[in-house]
Design a protein around this ligand. Structure first.
Ligand SMILES: *Cc1c(COP(=O)(O)O)cnc(C)c1O
Length: 393
């Protein structure tokens, strides 16, 4: 029997049956337009309001601080561009971010540079934690926004967001965090976290692709994203995607409720890490302690990450070389380079991202399958041959 093991949950997750069940009535029954002035519309509006308040109570914010978007990328881009546009009027044309952000943040910052904004990309240490003294030194009286991700999608490092938000505030700058990988993995309480904006996405937590949200603290002003009707307080026009919003509410509730169960995921993660580090010339990328419950990222010298993935796929195991977004290009991961992993090692790195659904048998199967793949790939590698020669001499 061939096995199938999905270990790429940081790229996307399957929609859970409970989420599908919660969404179903929005296609068959509650299909009205929430803006309509009749029974069908009121019914849809009630479902929309209910979803918004349930998410707000999971995240510790007010319902009117949540803006639904189409994805994490849209939320990231809107937060940064929307804040930049209004802060520019106050003479603040500088953005501080880090070298390990998701491309949704990095490429938005690049776009703003073309419009005349200045951006500082702060370094991280070898564990992938932002250097607070450098962050502090980077903020000036021209800084509009400090954008630091909550948890990294490639190496799972968690950042001190509370401290960062406090620092930004003390200098009159806004703070934003990309929490796409954090929701469902870490307790998030926006009433005490201190950030001005936070982004999340549905499809990383078992809701469908095509739904996300941006939290904007009451009193913080950002430019509109889509001018149109009165939806999302006139900031993002367009008839609300009610089925997916209702699905997102269900997914957030489940994800948050399951946080206490993450210890079991952590155990499996550690078993994977310990097992895979027995392979000669392998290194764990990122912090051993300060990492997301389901994240494993390991570099294997003398082999290519892409080849490992191909062989794993043939064995029924889905993994990734880091971010799904950069897998189309053959550039080494910007995150691994930022934590000081040399190019050759970065090229031989893979990420396994497991979930509540991952079983002990799945872990066993990965631990049985991966070591011989690395061994065989090394036998085919001229780099490995050179290495053996130099060792003999
Ligand atoms: C997946 C991801 C995004 C993008 O979210 P989409 O909903 O796929 O656009 C942004 N940031 C991080 C950290 C992610 O993991």
């Amino acid at each position: 029997m061939s096995r199938f093991v999905y270990a790429d949950n940081a790229a996307t997750t399957p929609v859970s049956p409970e989420v599908i069940e919660a969404m179903a009535p929005c296609f068959s029954e509650v299909w009205g337009n929430p803006s309509s002035q009749h029974g069908k519309g009121y019914e849809a509006k009630a479902a929309l309001d209910d979803a918004r308040s349930r998410i707000a109570s999971c995240l510790g914010c007010r319902p009117d601080e949540i803006y639904f978007t189409s994805c994490g990328t849209e939320s990231d881009s809107w937060a940064i561009k929307g804040a930049a546009a209004l802060m520019k009027k106050k003479g603040r044309t500088h953005i501080v971010t880090t070298k390990i952000e998701h491309h949704a943040v990095l490429h938005t910052c690049r776009a703003l540079e073309k419009e005349g904004f200045e951006v500082t990309y702060v370094d991280v240490d070898s564990d992938g934690i932002v250097k607070m003294d450098e962050l502090d030194a980077a903020i000036t009286d021209k800084t509009a926004l400090v954008a630091v991700m909550y948890a990294n999608n490639e190496i799972g490092t968690v950042q001190p967001i509370r401290e960062i938000a406090k620092l930004a505030k003390s200098r009159g700058a806004l703070s934003f965090t990309d929490a796409v990988q954090a929701v469902g993995n870490l307790e998030i309480d926006l009433s005490t976290l201190g950030v001005d904006m936070l982004a999340m996405s549905g499809h990383k937590i078992h809701a469908p692709k095509g739904i996300g949200l941006l939290y904007v603290r009451r009193g913080v002003r950002i430019a509109n994203l889509i001018d149109g009707g009165g939806q999302e307080k006139r900031k993002r026009g367009g008839t609300e995607n009610l089925p997916y919003i209702v699905g997102l509410a269900k997914a957030v509730e489940i994800a948050v409720a399951r946080i206490p169960e993450l210890d079991k995921v952590r155990e499996k993660r550690d078993r994977l890490i310990d097992g895979l580090l027995r392979i000669p010339y392998s290194t764990l990328n990122g912090s051993r302690e300060n990492r997301l419950a389901g994240n494993v990222n390991i570099g294997f010298e003398f082999v290519e990450g892409e080849s490992i993935l191909m062989w794993l796929d043939m064995a029924g195991i889905c993994a990734s070389t880091g971010s799904a977004c950069s897998s189309a290009s053959l550039d080494a991961s910007h995150v691994l380079l930022a934590i000081g992993v040399p190019h050759e090692k970065a090229h031989g790195s893979i990420r396994l991202s497991i979930s509540h659904e991952t079983t002990d048998e799945d872990v066993d199967y990965i631990l049985e399958t991966l070591p011989p793949i690395i061994e065989r790939l090394r036998e085919l590698s001229p780099l490995w041959e050179d290495h053996l020669k130099t060792k003999r001499n």
